[in-house]
Design a protein around this ligand. Structure first.
Ligand code: TRP
Length: 457
């Protein structure tokens, strides 16, 4: 049974791979991965993260892409058709709904952080950090957070960039991300790596990231590594499902997913190898938390040869990575409005873009005027922290868990075999085993412990 596609399609398999890699590679790789590696002691944490990507992330990604490729529609409607085909409860469609909602919620705060990176492109380019001390850098960062106007301005710019790509559609917009932005990102990354090798403490960084000192590893770091595997691979909310729906029917799903997972991991590791040598060269601490990228790094660039150019280039890189991820956070919602509510792409983008922008403004205000707005119904968190918590710690793991269970236990076997081929090969048996047993157990642990910690603190 083959349906005529409602949506445009990727021109070829590589465009799909690059677009999905664009979704995966984002602030998670360049901002978050280095700082959580720094906070969790380096090498051993990196190893646990790699195991989580391989054992949990890749199998769930294959499940998610497969559901999209099978349904060829937005996550909500792809789930509807998989449910109908497998004759199981309609409740499974909630995977799609939760995904659309989670994507919009993530974009609200993601766009604010991407806005910081935009501000830092401008700040670095005009030489703000030349000869800056640690205190200067801290002040600059805090002044930015304290200024509603600055945060809202850059958040607005970033949302306009994101909606611009979405308006242009799958081939011209999202495909452009793959064809143009991703190659630029790879090249800039290599330039940065070269710069870090020449001017930074490269070997110290290598040994920090790859010497497995298990004494630094705590149970909390294992949970962080697990949660991050989800976030960095864009799993659990249908972004990868939506992208999978625009794929040609040429199979090779396994290989495709392995390539995306490999590229995402490679870029996170290279980001670490760009950032730590520079941090070490300045004698700064790798464990300085979320400010690593916005405080330690600018001081380092401000004191190094060519720092103005390379510093600016670096923040441009962060913006590109965030941009190519942001579009995937809202595409499931856009696709759903087009299919079900008969919106044009333009109307769908306008409605969702304005909604995300408005909530994003509230997120920006959480750093200043709304900082004390922490009602009990937001778990005592401010709006920004609540959205981050509710999505990363709850909705993504729950979404991933349900996808693993659905594909592992519920999806009609002929449908499964039709998408991935022979189910009896060793690789496919291992995959199904991971989906049915390993992922549910591991994700449940993360959920329970995460909630327990959140309710206690
Ligand atoms: N993976 C992206 C990053 O690392 C963020 C992202 C994009 C995402 N789409 C997603 C995270 C969907 C979870 C779900 O920055």
């Amino acid at each position: 049974m083959s349906k005529a596609p409602v949506h445009e399609q990727w021109q070829n398999r590589w465009i799909f791979i690059l677009a999905a890699t664009g979704s995966a590679v984002g602030l998670g790789n360049i901002w978050k991965f280095p700082y959580i590696t720094g906070e969790n002691g380096g090498g051993a944490f990196v190893l646990v993260y790699l195991l989580c990507v391989a054992g949990l992330g890749i199998p769930i990604m294959l499940a998610e892409v497969l559901l999209g490729a099978r349904g060829r529609l937005s996550p909500v409607n792809s789930m509807r058709s998989a449910v109908a085909e497998s004759k199981v409860s309609k409740a499974w469609v909630s995977i799609g709904w939760m995904g659309v909602l989670a994507g919009l919620m993530i974009l609200c705060f993601y766009s604010v952080i991407a806005g910081w990176a935009l501000d830092y492109v401008a700040l670095t380019a005009i030489g703000t950090f030349n000869g800056a001390t640690a205190v200067d850098a801290k002040n600059i960062f805090e002044n930015m957070l304290a200024s509603p106007g600055t945060l809202i301005f850059w958040h607005t710019v970033f949302m306009l960039m994101t909606m611009g790509v979405l308006l242009a559609g799958v081939t011209k917009g999202l495909g452009m991300v793959a064809r143009v932005l991703m190659p630029i990102l790879f090249v800039v990354m290599l330039i940065m790596l070269g710069y870090a090798m020449v001017t930074g403490e490269f070997m110290q960084a290598v040994s920090f990231m790859f010497s497995f000192n298990f004494s630094a590893l705590t149970s909390k770091s294992i949970l962080i590594a697990l949660g991050h595997a989800f976030f960095t691979l864009s799993l659990g909310m249908g972004a990868i499902m939506a992208y999978g729906a625009y794929m040609h029917k040429d199979g090779k799903l396994g290989q495709t997913v392995l390539t995306i997972g490999f590229l995402d991991t490679l870029i996170a590791l290279v980001a670490g190898l760009c950032i730590f040598p520079i941090v070490f060269a300045q004698g700064a601490s790798p464990s300085s938390g979320p400010g690593l990228l916005f405080q330690s790094l600018p001081i380092a660039f401000g004191a190094m040869p060519g720092g103005l150019i390379f510093g600016t280039l670096f923040f441009v890189l962060v913006v590109i990575a965030a941009w190519s991820s942001a579009v995937s956070l809202i595409e499931p919602g856009v696709a759903w409005l087009i299919e079900t509510k008969k919106f044009t792409r333009k109307q769908a983008c306008l409605v969702l873009g304005m909604a995300v922008w408005a909530v994003g403004v509230l997120c920006a205000l959480s750093f200043n005027v709304l900082g004390d707005f922490t009602p009990i119904w937001l778990f005592g968190k401010n709006i920004f922290d609540f959205l981050d918590f509710a999505t990363s710690q709850l909705m993504l793991p729950i979404g991933g868990l349900l996808m693993a269970l659905f594909v592992g236990w519920k999806l009609a076997r002929p449908a499964l075999a039709h998408e991935v081929g022979n189910l009896q090969t060793p690789a496919m048996k291992m995959w199904l085993f991971a989906l049915r047993y390993i992922s549910p157990v591991m994700v449940s642990i993360v959920l329970v412990v995460g909630l327990y910690n959140a309710l206690l603190s």
